[in-house]
Design a binder for this molecule. Sequence first.
Ligand SMILES: Nc1ncnc2c1ncn2[C@@H]1O[C@H](COP(=O)(O)OP(=O)(O)O)[C@@H](O)[C@H]1O
Ligand SMILES: [Mg+2]
Length: 244
Amino acid sequence: MSGKGGVGKSSLTANLATALTLKGKTVGVVDADINGPTLAKMMGVRDATLEYTPAGVKPAITALGTKLISMDLLLAEDDDAFTWRSTMEVGALREFIADTEWGALDYLLLDLPPGTDRLPNVAELIPDLGGVVVVTIPSEVSQLIVKKSVTMARDILKVPIIGVVENMAFYVCQHCGEEEPLFTAGETPDAAFQQVVLGSVPFDPRLARSSDDGTLYLDEYPDAPASKVLMEVAEKVQAFFQSL
Ligand SMILES: Nc1ncnc2c1ncn2[C@@H]1O[C@H](COP(=O)(O)OP(=O)(O)O)[C@@H](O)[C@H]1O
Ligand SMILES: [Mg+2]
């Protein structure tokens, strides 16, 4: 979650799911952004045909074996203009989680839409939610909104916060390897959120390209600086659950 749009929630969900899959875990992903589903495209399964069985719908499976369900896979093309209002959204989400034949999973990741009001709906559906990963970028505008989400998760919903990922934290020059900031404003993430920082993911144009092409960045560029951080984020998420 982040509260804010465009900070990289979906990209991070796709990459975190892929990282956990590469670590040998069985991972399912719910694209909970019902009105703006992007994960089927980002994870390269937009053309998948879903199989319906008496036990439920079988999720799409990425090239590496991550399972995904998304509104993008369910809607016919001419339904594109259809908008789900928030009450319907909760119902759709409930069906996504309940009617998908996931099989046994180690992790189920949910990619939330932007908006600070989204987490309460999810927390209501899944009372024993394991925890949230908060995504931000180092700008004051992002921090302002994301802080509200952190407060809501922590103080109102009492959902465990696994930590914060700072995305687009810096840019690594592909010629000289020098790190340059992308944003100049904002506090450091630990000061801004008083939470564990799981990692600072650099901006990498190849990551954006992989999302657009539906190729899996971690598989394609395992040695890229962003890939190393993403794998560390996955390790910290695993450690969080192992320590419970
Ligand atoms: N670390 C990154 N490096 C390069 N591009 C990124 C990075 N993180 C996200 N992007 C790009 O930024 C855009 C917004 O990301 P997205 O994951 O869709 O955000 P959100 O789900 O929060 O709205 C996408 O085009 C995505 O490919
Ligand atoms: Mg998104």
